[in-house]
Design a protein around this ligand. Structure first.
Ligand code: ASP
Length: 342
């Protein structure tokens, strides 16, 4: 990897004051699990999109397929987009084989599984939780925050206590497979991983949907970067970063290196692009270009956006090759290779 290795960083950081420790962190974040992939845009598949159908649901990565199935069941019965996105993302949250979301998610560097999630409704309400341990379905806790309080975000022990008081079941969500992955990582002491181990399936699920009534909603839930520093929170629970909905214009969600998404208010920026008349694909492109501009060099990390307009048109784009999204509309549910910018 470029920059400092993780082990070296820890040594260097230990020898620096708090301010000094911030500097290596920046170079520390320079790699990604998609290092070295093609930058040939002409070879990229064409974007799906522009379907303009309702209802419709789109979500990130291949675990989006079963998630879309669950969301579709709600939508095809005339249900609300909000219920659909919650039901949808609960599927990977509850699946121990999805090692990037909910139960079975990869732990942080202290072998603790800490989860982030956010949800947003068509009437502008939003709820989120971050750095939550011991609960399989942070998306439903986030929804509870949205519906039962006038707060938007609750984190850490406070969120766990809130969940307990609201009847959510506390469970051990660290699976044997996730623990073994952590032991392997620990044994290697991560000279190379940059929190994106190359041999493990991971990535956030972001989902946006439009229901038969034309209303939009979004949800985003993750265990965040594998083996992250304890307490690290990514973009997924931050309204406007990992996910955003404006029922007048559209909705968007993000996956990839959350730090980069937070710095540009990514999903909000995509939705603002829609408001200004950009197509969903062009709105994603403009947000990714903002990252590139701010980064100042050709990055090796991955960021991807999905977007859905009020008219039911969709678009998606990633920085690097390899991003896939699942699109369910008109009774079909398909995995699509997204176009990539680099
Ligand atoms: N965006 C997530 C985060 O930074 C990671 C991912 O999408 O895999 O926490």
């Amino acid at each position: 990897m470029s920059g400092l290795s993780r082990r070296n960083f820890i040594k260097v950081a230990a020898g620096l004051g708090a301010a000094g420790a911030l500097m290596p962190l920046r170079s520390f974040f320079s790699g990604s699990h998609l290092k070295g992939l093609s930058a040939d845009l002409s070879a990229a598949p064409l974007l799906a999109g522009g379907s303009g159908t309702k209802p419709l649901v789109i979500s990130t990565w291949k675990h989006g397929l079963p998630a879309n199935d669950a969301a579709w069941k709600v939508l095809e019965g005339g249900g609300a987009a909000l219920d659909a996105v919650e039901a949808g993302v609960r599927v990977p949250e509850g699946d121990p084989n999805v090692m990037s979301v909910g139960y079975g998610g990869l732990p942080d560097e202290d072998c603790k599984v800490t989860l982030d999630a956010s949800i947003m409704a068509s009437d502008g309400r939003a709820g989120s939780v971050a750095f939550v341990q011991g609960y399989k379905h942070p998306i439903s806790i986030a929804r509870k925050v949205m519906e039962a309080t006038d707060h938007v975000m609750i984190v850490g022990e406070g969120a766990e206590e809130f969940a307990r008081k609201n009847g959510f079941q506390r469970e051990d969500i660290l699976t044997d497979a996730a623990r073994e992955a952590w032991i392997k990582w620990k044994q290697k002491m991560s000279e190379e991983d940059d929190w994106f181990p190359k041999d493990l399936d991971h990535d956030t699920i972001g989902m946006v949907a439009i229901d038969a009534g034309g209303n939009l909603a979004g949800a985003c839930t993750t265990s965040g970067l594998a083996f992250k520093i304890h307490g690290r929170v990514g973009d997924s629970p931050i309204i406007g970063a990992g996910m955003y909905v404006d029922n007048e214009v559209g909705a968007a969600a993000a996956t990839g290196k959350g730090e980069e998404v937070i710095k540009i208010c990514g999903s909000f920026l995509v939705v603002e692009g829609l408001r200004q008349g950009l197509s969903p694909k062009d709105a994603c492109k403009r947000a990714l270009e903002r990252i590139l501009k701010k980064h100042g060099a050709k990055p090796t990390f991955q960021v991807a956006f999905i977007a859905l307009s009020k008219e039911g048109e969709i678009g998606a784009l990633s920085l690097q090759q390899g991003f896939q999204y699942a699109l369910a509309a008109g009774g079909t549910n398909e995995l699509v290779d997204a176009e990539h910018l680099l």
